[in-house]
Design a binder for this molecule. Sequence first.
Ligand SMILES: [Zn+2]
Length: 990
Amino acid sequence: MKKLKRLISLALVCFMIVTADAGSIFAAELPEENKPLVNYLLVQEPYLETPGKQTVMIGIGDGSAAIDSAVLTYRNEQTDRMYETEATEILNDFVLFEMEYTNDSDAGTYRLEEISYSAEGTKSIASFKEMGIEASFGVDRIAENEPDDVFLSDEEVEALAAESEMSIVSLDENGKPVSGETLEEALEEAGCSAEEGLRAIQKGAAKTGAEFRGMKSLVVVLDAGHGGSDPGAQKNGIVEKTVNLKIAQYCKEELGQYAGIVVYMTRNSDTYLTLAQRAQVAINKKADLFVSLHNNSNESSGPNGANVYYPNSNYNANVGKTGMELASIIESKLTDLGLASGGIHIRNSENNTRYPDGSLADYYGVIKRCKEYGIPGLIVEHAFISNAGDAQKYLSSDASLKKLGIADATGIAEYFGLKKGLGFNSILSSASTTMDLTWTQVKNVTGYCISRSTQSGSGFQEVARVSPATKTSWKDTGLTPGVTYYYKIRTYTKSGSDIKYGKYSPVASGTTMIRPVISSIKSKNSKALVISWNTVNNAANYEIYRATKKNGTYSRIAMLTGINRVSYTDTKVKAGKKYFYKIRSAEPAGGSTIYSDYSDIVAARTAKIPSGVAVKSQASNTLRVSWKADKNAAGYVIKRADSAGGKYKKVGTASGGTTGYYDDATVKLNKTYYYKVQAFNYNDGVKGVSGYGSAASGKTIRKTSITKIANLSPTSQKISWKKAKDVDGYIVYQSTSQNGVYKKIKTIKSAKTTSLKVSNLVPGTRYFYKVRTRKKVKGKYGYGSYSAVRNVWTANTPKITAVTGNSGSSTEVFWEPSGGAERYDIYRAASANGSYQKIASVADTAVSYIDRNLNMTQQYFYKIEAYIKGYKTASVKSMSAAAGGSPVSVTSLTSAAPDAGGKLAIAWKEVKDITGYQIYRSTEENGAYTLLETISNPSVTVYTDASAAAGTSYYYKIVLVNKYNGQTVYGQYSDAVRGVLPAPVSPEAP
Ligand SMILES: [Zn+2]
């Protein structure tokens, strides 16, 4: 009794699995609003008695957001009172609610109304009714759940799981949620055997033709009751276990003469089996029928005759109906032997054991257990051992026992319409290119001829002759996968050279297994790969094999029992590791399993969730999201939210696995943003994703600006900037061209230091500076934006290239231009080491200066000082070396020659800014010169010497005359120039 209860409670683990939206294959890429809210719902106890505990498990969302809290609202349908309960356990997106019912007043049926939950700060409410989920349970009262509405067949569950890629969740023995890719896995992880849980939902999932790749044979399991240490009844010299086995063997032998049937025995010798083990043979063989063969006994010797027990009509009415009809035929075949008719019976549980739907169970364990798997189970009590007449007449000789076995067999054959004679018992594709044939044995022949065609009605050709006649199986090889082959068989008898043939059997067919093709593998998240394949004949189960090396050892990681199952999610993979897969289809047929050849091997790896995600300020308007780059990633998707629990929206992608950051330049200054990063990869061109890791946050930091740059000397400058808030330092960059390369010249590790002195600069060079802020957050330095670039020249010492006399009273000072000068100041002194006085300031564009009103007989000395201005600060001065020069103090005579009037004219080069000239004459070049004339007009450049005598050589010199500080000054004598007037021609002598 205790054991039965445990079994039921395990079965109920899977009581209800409902899905709201199965179309969530790409849920992670759908807009938030399109995502299904509830993936599945599981009510542990459809019915419970007080005191008792109910557990409701709900899967929410797509797994991208972690649930923080959840409240389940449900209603008592009788009192209309609403109840709320908080989640007792949250595991990622699985939420568990537990409700205790202790009082009689809790009785009633409860309907689940809605679940409200908060995921990363965002609240949502999901109404079960609006999602089309009707879920209720009863407390001391049966809730009116129509079983077929809430139960899904194994295939349906698998198909839903495949479509939605959702995981199936179950509870372990501590009520903790555990997930598995298949229900089988989920249940195994929950600590109950897959088979125990599966039968609850497999009920009614009777075999379909799709399960038969080959010929559809009837599969019958015969169970000889008792055995080994359990002798059964013993009276009148009869031991029940012994006669039961004999009847079963005779029954099998008889059934062996019928075509289209495969018979299995639970035992073939005197061995002990539990009731569960007996039923398990039928479950394993996917039997169509289970018959347990017994003989009756009573304390009284009176009762006699045959009795057959069949399943009641609860839980699976079809099983009950088949059982009843077959029981009736077998009973009649037994009474035909002369046995008294005890009738056919159902026997209900006498301790209130229930089927998972709450209906009363059958009393007999084997009948009940088989029914849970959709198998009709019978118990045939052939005769009464305790009755002397029955014992003597039906149980004491092999001949009588054989009759009983034949009666059972005949009943079965009649009910299922089996025919005796040569015919196939099974035609099964045992691989993609082979077909295994078995047939009934015919005696007194040489052997069998087997013919094959790919059409049902024609084209048959003999493909084999099998002998001797006791050999009743043959393997057809070298076939084409996925092709239906038709076979017929006939006997042949050889007598000398004469061969006689029997009649052909009816045609039977089988289809070879198609070799599955893996169509794609994609990364569903960092720990799950979804393997998809092309469906095989629309009707197949699959085995998935995996290895870590292409030529390594492949282990079977999953057996999928689902029609149309075309994908499997492997959740036992490590992030980023490469795996190799192959699959094959596997099908139950005729009581065994047949397999296709393996698919080609396909390799894949999951995309790893980027690790080390960090956010730092890259500029005052840019946040840099960084992560550890993965060479196996094809790219990354970056999502952002305004709060940790806010809605994350895609802000950008980074391509290439080696990229380790993304700069988000759409952020506001000093505002905190949250980021998640997902990697994606391609497996044979199929894009897969890693899922998102936990969020990282950051905010930008303020920038600074350069306030001044001072020239301290021609080789040093001082840069100053504004103090920035919320930073911990600054970095100063320098370049010698506006758009050139900026060199980091100093990192300043204090927010308070706001200036930097730069030395060893090159004079006369223009330096460009920018400064940015920095701040260390979570071990990483973030930066503010660069300040605007400012530039300043370093001072350069001007160089005087010439000081030239320009006229009688001015000099011109020339210098090389000095880069960055704001202006030049000209200094003059009377001697090289004298006292220099500033005499003028000229613009930065000037490269010479004319110094006027000078004494033409004096030498002057000059220095030029350049003024170099900083950025928003005072200038620095740089004085050139001294250079000396004089105004013009002498001119030159250009000629002394007769003019048109026959007088001697002396000409000279004009000198400006003087008051006049003095002309001197001598008759000897080095003799004494006498002043001839003082000319007071400096623009006059010719003097006519009216006193010059013809034929005499004269020498002339000129002296410049000027006034300086009220006194007349005279320049130096020019070089002498000779002039001669020709002598007059004498008249001719008489
Ligand atoms: Zn028995």
